[in-house]
Design a protein around this ligand. Sequence first.
Ligand code: T5A
Ligand code: NA
Length: 186
Amino acid sequence: MGVRRGALIVLEGVDRAGKTTQCKRLVQALRDSGKEAEMMRFPDRTTMIGQLISSYLEKKSNLEDHTVHLLFSANRWEQVPLMKKKLEQGISLVVDRYAFSGVAFTSAKPVNPAEVAGRGGFGDERYETSVFQRAVQQKFEQLIKDPSVNWKVIDAARSIEDVHTEIKTLSENAINIAENQPIGEL
Ligand code: T5A
Ligand code: NA
């Protein structure tokens, strides 16, 4: 029998939900309990494509909407061979955003563009307005109904520790289940 494969664990959500905080805590906890785990994040701003995305998000450049959508997508595809290799090697991947952010953020753009434009008070990056984030949240609520993906809804409005405990338990279950299933499409 070969090496047991790792699990693909993706944290999705609106901006500032606490995804990066939780991904880091989760990787540490899994490692502490003897499991092999690594963190990845999207957009991965370190690649050439990632630098174009980062400049767009920081409003240092403008890109046409379809173009930026495809850049986010390409930024994931460029990591897929590495991700597959790691999963096959038995390393679980804790991923800070993935394709569902791509769908939710792009599809939230046609929602009330006039109202979204120019509203501040959230953060400095392009999508950080509360009107836009509400639209993103609604898109996520639709997307989690997809029965082909095993989404779990986490209430992120609790303490970092409480959220972590729940995510850790769910992730340990996911790792046990993944061991007996083939790797599907990433
Ligand atoms: N995007 C992304 C697309 O449009 N298409 C795509 O395909 C993809 C992949 C950048 C933007 O790109 C968009 C989505 C985004 O708008 P990013 O780089 O992931 O994406 O964004 P970041 O700015 O790095 O991260 P977020 O804004 O999403 O924040 P997080 O990671 O959800 O939150 P985190 O952990 O950094 O925490 C934020 C703050 O809250 C505190 C933390 O200490 C921190 O100060 N915090 C808590 N405070 C109280 N209670 C808790 N439970 C807390 N958890 C965290
Ligand atoms: Na983040």
